[in-house]
Structures are given as structure tokens and as C-alpha cells.
Design a protein around this ligand. Structure first.
Ligand SMILES: Cc1ncc(COP(=O)(O)O)c(C=O)c1O
Length: 287
């Protein structure tokens, strides 16, 4: 990363090393806030409207008000990318409940931050040979709200690292597969694409995959039991930054990187890299 980059903090473009938020900010003192994250393709924010809508939904769930229009937000992102001389970026938008001396009042002016960061790098091997997952029991809390609280995810990822796994597969107390710590989960079973549908973050990458896959495969959005892992033919995870990564192992079960996953990866690559999505949504920006 460059030494110092420009961030947008509460109506101002400011060098990241000079940016300030209050020590009383509820995002810091209570972890009270939300965020959203997406990337650009050839400089265009991918599925921007969907991410904006999810940001608003997350904000509403925490009684936070996002007082910025989609057009204004897109302009800020474009300006930041110009100021940071970025052709491509990972965009992070953060909204916290703002300053509260005693840490209990929510009616303050929210803190609003936009960051455009370099895209994270993942070894090409993750895409060609796949990644390993370990399962972990997890109690979802506001799963559809993208809150700042990733404590269970980060703790679980620490465990995954120790076991040479790339990602954690969260399982609920009824033994249903949910999602990854920072990704959604899919499997193929007899050429049917299956994915959990409840108590998960509704990933935008997941939405795009389902849209692209429906022309090629039968799809089942349903509860999937952990015991079914042994019956999967293929599996993969999805997220804005990771795109689609095949899975070669879940706990002790080995899986092959099969033709169906490769097909979906190909469709996704074509859709994103050739900007097919942009042509499809060449719609007017709401302001
Ligand atoms: C818990 C969780 N589920 C799913 C996803 C994938 O969401 P998206 O495809 O919108 O990036 C993420 C992304 O970080 C996540 O944190």
C-alpha cells in the first residue's frame, strides 16, 4: 500500500494519517456501526446499487441514518480513486453511531467513512487448486446486517490459520451449514447447485452467481445439513474480494475441483471482466 492515502471522513477528503474520529465514537467504544465492501472492475464499482441498498438496510437495522445519495457516494468513490491514483479499488464504506460520551445514546450525528484500498492479493493457487475450510459452530446475530462486529469471524479465522485452512464454514446449533466467516457457501450435488438461504449475509456475489447459474443448473436454496458434506460432488465459496474460490477440503472430507464449479467461475469471470453487468445495468443512477 502507498505510504499515505486519501480517505473520506465526515464530509472531508483527508490524508489517512491525519484523519480523526472521536475517542467517544460508538464504532470504537461499542463496535456500534455497519459497513459495506465491494470492488471495482475497470474502475466501475461492481453492483453498486445493490451494495448501496444493503448499506441502507444494514443502517436501518441499527437505527442509523445514511444521509448520502447513491450519486453522491459514487462521486466520492470516483474522487477518492482519482486522488489515490487508483485504476482499481476495494471500496469500504463505514457508518458508525457517532460520538457518545457515556456510550449509550444513539441520537448523535453518525460518523461516515469511505476508503478506496488496493485490491487484496490471493495466490492463483486458491483459484486453481482450491481452498480448505474447517467447520465451526456459530450463533448468527443479525446475520443480514453487515455490522462492524467480526469478532466470531476473526477468532474462528485464527483457528483456521492454525489448521492450515483458508476459511471457516459456520454451522448453526441445529447442524445446518450457514456461510463462511467472510463468504457465502455453495455446493454441487448430482449437478444441482445448492446454497443455504437463511440466517446468512445476503452476499451480492452470491446473488450474481445464482443469476448466472440459473441458465445452466438446477438450483436449490435450502437448509443444508453438515452431514451432507460427505455427499457433495463439488463446493465453492464466494465474496466480493475473493470472487469464486473452489473448495478442495472441508474438515476431513476431500472434494474434487469439478467441471461445474469451473463453469461458474468461467461465467463469473466473463461477466465481470467483460463488463457484461455494466452493459446490462446501463441504467440511470438514482440521485
Ligand atoms: C459473513 C459474510 N457472508 C458473505 C459475504 C459475501 O458477501 P459479498 O458477496 O456481498 O461480498 C461476506 C463478505 O465479506 C461476509 O462477511
Amino acid at each position: 500500500m502507498q505510504n499515505s492515502f486519501i480517505a473520506y471522513v465526515d464530509d472531508e477528503y483527508v490524508s489517512e494519517d491525519k484523519a480523526k474520529i472521536s475517542v467517544f465514537d460508538l464504532g470504537l467504544t461499542r463496535g456500534y456501526g455497519i459497513f459495506d465492501f465491494f470492488r471495482t472492475y475497470q474502475g466501475f464499482p461492481f453492483y453498486f446499487e445493490d451494495h448501496y441498498d444493503r448499506l441502507v438496510r444494514s443502517a436501518t437495522m441499527l437505527h442509523l441514518k445514511l444521509s448520502i445519495t447513491p450519486f453522491e457516494l459514487k462521486t466520492i468513490i470516483n474522487n477518492l480513486m482519482k486522488k489515490n491514483k487508483q485504476k482499481e479499488a476495494a471500496v469500504k464504506i463505514i457508518l458508525t453511531a457517532g460520538k457518545s460520551i457515556h456510550g449509550l445514546e444513539l441520537n448523535q450525528k453518525p460518523t461516515f467513512i469511505v476508503l478506496t484500498l488496493p485490491l487484496p492479493f490471493y495466490s492463483p493457487e486458491y483459484f486453481s487448486s482450491g481452498v480448505k475450510l474447517i467447520s465451526k459452530i456459530h450463533k448468527p446475530y443479525l446475520p443480514t446486517c453487515k455490522t462492524l462486529n467480526y469478532i466470531p469471524a476473526l477468532l474462528a479465522m485464527q483457528d483456521a490459520k492454525e489448521k492450515n485452512a483458508f476459511e471457516v464454514l459456520f454451522i448453526d446449533e441445529d447442524q445446518n451449514i450457514l456461510e463462511g466467516a467472510t463468504s457465502n457457501f455453495f455446493a454441487f450435488k448430482n449437478d444441482k447447485l445448492i446454497t443455504p438461504n437463511e440466517n446468512i449475509m445476503l452476499g451480492i456475489t452470491r446473488k450474481v452467481i445464482l443469476k448466472l447459474a440459473e441458465k445452466e443448473f438446477e438450483i436449490e436454496k435450502r437448509a443444508i445439513k453438515k452431514a451432507e458434506i460427505k455427499t457433495f460432488d463439488e463446493a465453492f465459496i464466494s465474496a466480493s474480494n475473493k470472487e469464486i474460490m473452489p473448495v478442495y477440503q472441508i474438515d476431513d472430507t476431500l472434494l474434487k475441483i469439478g467441471p461445474n464449479t469451473k463453469k461458474i467461475m468461467h461465467l463469473f469471470k466473463e461477466y465481470t471482466q467483460k463488463l457484461l453487468w455494466l452493459k446490462e445495468n446501463s441504467g440511470v443512477l438514482r440521485s
